[in-house]
Design a protein around this ligand. Sequence first.
Ligand code: ADQ
Length: 464
Amino acid sequence: MGRLVVVSNRTANLTKKSQAGGLTVGIVDALKSQDGLWMGWDGRISEDISAPKQEKYDNVTTLTTSLTPEEHEKYYLGFSNKVLWPAFHYRLDLMDYRTEFADCYASVNERFAATLAPQLKQDDVIWVHDYHMIPMAAKLRQKGCGNKIGFFLHIPFPSIDVFSAVPRHEWLRSCLLQYDLIGFQTVNDVQNFHRYLKEHSDADIISPELVRVDGRTIHIGHFPIGIDVKQFAQTSSKPDDTVELERIRRKMLKRFQIISADRLDYSKGLPHRIKAFRKFLDLYPEYQGHAEYLQIASPSREDVTAYGDIKSELEQLAGAVNGKFADFNWAPIQYINRSIARSKLAPLFKSSLIGLITPLRDGMNLVAKEYVAAQDDADPGILILSKFAGAAEELSEALIVNPYDINDVAQAIQKAATMPLAERQLRHRKLLKRVTEHDAQWWQREYLDALLGKTERPQLIHQF
Ligand code: ADQ
């Protein structure tokens, strides 16, 4: 294979490895081993988009461009985050479709493709990421690009009724079918896509993982994304004085911590989670004064109205629970509305008895895997995980809950709080094994091997 060329909405800051999440770790490792090129938005908004910037870090080149204010509003905030993001997370009620959003989405993909095309060599392999960039292969093909092009969707692929409610879904489908490999996070996503194709396309569907269109063969598969387990486990073991002091204080006071960390996004189910914790305190009053729930929520997409709404709702709910239950020396909820450095986040996961990860919908959810990687086998915590997180397909030894059922979640908190050490250890060993096997490096290797046709992936047909 020639170079690896990655295209995604944003490129990462390659000088800051310690801050990198699983996605970046996986991609950067792949880019480094293939003298890669990474193209995307540089994060700036400017009227001047005339000169894309090329920079080199080690053997990885980044090719970046800014977005104009109009592109930022219509392509990024508009079609990507007011149409595709809510729809793919089953929130059609939050979808705000305008034709100019879709037009601008197409034209930004066209501009990215026009910037990239002259840089491409014949044997380059192109890997396009996520919902912002669905038309990229179609745009490159129009410019004569015959290279292998793969696509990976980081968010869920919704059920047929939901996807077919997205305006221009037929166009999105035809764009997807320009790729050589379409990768999803889960078997469920593959099934949804398969059902949609059966109903809404005249493609020749050979199996859920193989489709033929216009003489081209398109492979489809699931590739659950992972984390850099070793790095996360090491970070969690590095003492952080403030976290350690808090842990000792809690131990002396016979208290335990429940932790959640998310981007502040309506798909993550934060209000439902606070209601479930409140229910837990109501149902099991013996935990009042003992259970502490730490919610770390980093601000996200604040220019989109739905995100402002969820922030106010959360503040109001957390305030109400503290108002009802807090005592002069104990507050049930600690709510932090900012990003926390990984050097602090990992030890916080480690010192928490319960990881409460209950999104209403999530492509994968890396926090669930990070929580598992951070635990100490001698006294591991318990993961409570939503059945609607992609991670639930792999992490079946977690306590799996329905996040909409606050009673179910409250019971799971109680079960975790009273779980004997031997059961916690057993569950943790199984979870850690899976998280370690399917780490970030495994994910990128599996995907690229499939794109290059190096692996015969097992057919999923028996699961349908
Ligand atoms: P996200 O929706 O961003 O990703 P997630 O997978 O949970 O969700 O990744 C979030 C990352 O940000 C994790 O590494 C986490 O540690 C970090 N993080 C979260 N809150 C933080 C905070 N307050 N401070 C600091 N760091 C924080 C999308 C999809 C997911 C999919 C990923 C990767 O929505 O479903 O798992 O892509 O494919």
